[in-house]
Design a protein around this ligand. Sequence first.
Ligand code: NAP
Length: 505
Amino acid sequence: MSSSKSLFIGGEWVAASDGGVREIHSPHDNALVATVSEATKEDSLRAIAAARASFDSGVFTSWPLLARCEFVEKIADLIDRDAEILAGLESGDTAKRMIEARYDMADIAATFRHFASLGKKLHDRTVDVGDPKITSKIVHEAVGVCALIGPWNYPLLQISWKVAPALVSGCSFIVKPSELTPSTAIHLMKLLAEAGLPAGVANLILGGGATAGAPLTEDPRVDLVSFTGGLVTGKRIMATAAQTVKKVALELGGKNPNIIFADADIDAAIDNAVTAAFLHSGQVCSAGTRLLVEESIHDRVVNEIVRRAGEIHLGGPRDEQAETGPLISEGHLKKIEEYMQNAIADGARLLVGGKRATRSDLKNGWYFEPTVLDGCTTKMSCVQDESFGPILTVETFSTKEEAVALGNDTIYGLSGAVWSRDEGKAQEVAAKLRHGTIWVNDYGPYRPQAEWGGFKASGVGRELGEHGLSEYLETKHIWTNNKPARSGWFLDRSESTDDGKGSTQ
Ligand code: NAP
C-alpha cells in the first residue's frame, strides 16, 4: 500500500502538511512495502481539533448505545471480510508469518464482538439513598477525546483493544500506530468510514513518537491517553499527561517468569517454554523470557529446550517452513546484540544462539537466533531488563518460596506461569505472584472476555474484559429531588423573627 495521502483527519484522507512521507521496509529482506505520509506536529493538532469538534458536536455520542454496539459488530464483520488483506498488510510491515497474522485478525474480530456484546449489557444504576423523594442515578458517558497510541509487535491487535471500547463508549479518537507498522491502521480507518462512522470521530496520525505522538499527550483537548509500548515511553507519557491531568491507561513491558516444578508434566512444560520464549522471536510483551526451573530437573529441562531452540526454522512471511521470523528493525537487532554482550559480561552462560542468523537467504533481514542463557541471577541486566527478542534466561530454585521470591524480583508485573501437578501448590504460587495474568499448566492464551494488564511497572489500568470498557467511560451521578424544598442550612435574615432566630423550614 502506498499513498501520499494516508493521514485520516476529519473524515478526509490528507497528505502531511509539509508533504513528508516515510518508506516502510520489510524486516525480512528490507524490501520496500509501503510509502505513507509522515505527520507533522501541525497534522496532529488538526487531528485533535477534528476529534474534539466531533465529540463536542455530539454527532456520535447521540447515537443510541445499541446503535454503537451494532456498528462495532459491523466492523467485526468487515474485519472478517478483509482478513486476508489485513493479514497481508500486517505481515508486510512486520514480516510475521501469514499464519500468525491470520490468527491476529481472528482475535481482532473477536475483540470487536466482545466489546459490542459488553456494551449491550451496560446499564444505568439507581441508588437507594433512603429518601423516597430522591432519585439517584449512576450513568456512564464517553470519556471524551482519546489518543490511542500503539506498538509495532501486534499493530492492529493492540489498536483494536482501544478502538473497539472507544467506539462502544462514543468517544472520538486519534490513532497513532508505530511509525514502523502503519498499514493495517490505515485499512481500519477505511473500514470505519465504509461502515458509516461520522467524520471526525476516528482520525489517524502516522509518524514518529516525538513529532506526531507527543502532541497527542500534551494537548488539553485530549481527555485520555491509552498507550501500549515500552516502559521508557510510558513514563514520559504519564509525566506529560499529568500536566493537563489526563486519564492514562498504560500497557507496558514485562519480564515474565515461567516457573517449572519437578512434579510438572515436563514434556508439556518444555514445549510451552519454547513457544513462550521464541514465538514471534520474543517480540511479545508476555513472552516467557525468564525460565525458573526446580534444581533437580534443571539439566533435563534445559538440555531439551536448548536442543529445540537450535532447531527452530527462521524465515520470512511466506516461507512455509518458517516457525518464527525476524526482529522488527536493524535498530532493534543492534539493541539485542548489545543486550547479549551485557549478559555475557554479567556472567550468563550462552548455551545456544546469541548471534545474528547466518543463513544466506536471511542476510538482508533482521534475524537473530533463538538464544538460551544459563546460570542467570536477578542481579543480571538480562534478567531484569526486557529484551523484546528471542532470549531466554535460566534461573534455578529449590523451594516454592524461593520460586515466588524470584518470580516477583522484577520491577515488572505483566504475566507469568506455574507448572506443577500439585494443584494446591500451583494455585498458592499463582496467588503469590504479583503479575496481571498467571497461567497454571499453560502459557500464553488470552481471551477478550478477560482483563489484560500489568501490576507494578507493567502498566496502569486494564484492557479487555469489563475493565477495558470502563477506561473509556466517565461515571456520572445524577441526583434528582422530586419534591424540591429549601435547604434551610443558613439563616435567611429577611425572614428573621423578633427573637432573632431564623426559620429552618
Ligand atoms: P515504544 O517505543 O514505547 O513505542 C510505542 C508507541 O509510542 C509508538 O507508536 C511510538 O512511536 C510512540 N511514542 C514514542 N515516543 C512517544 C512520545 N513521546 N509521545 C507519544 N508517543 C510516543 O514501544 P514499541 O517499541 O513500539 O513496542 C514495544 C514495547 O511495547 C515493549 O516494551 C512491549 O513489552 C510493549 N508492549 C506491551 C503490551 C502490553 O499489553 N502490555 C503489548 C504489546 C507491546 P514511534 O513510531 O516513534 O515508535
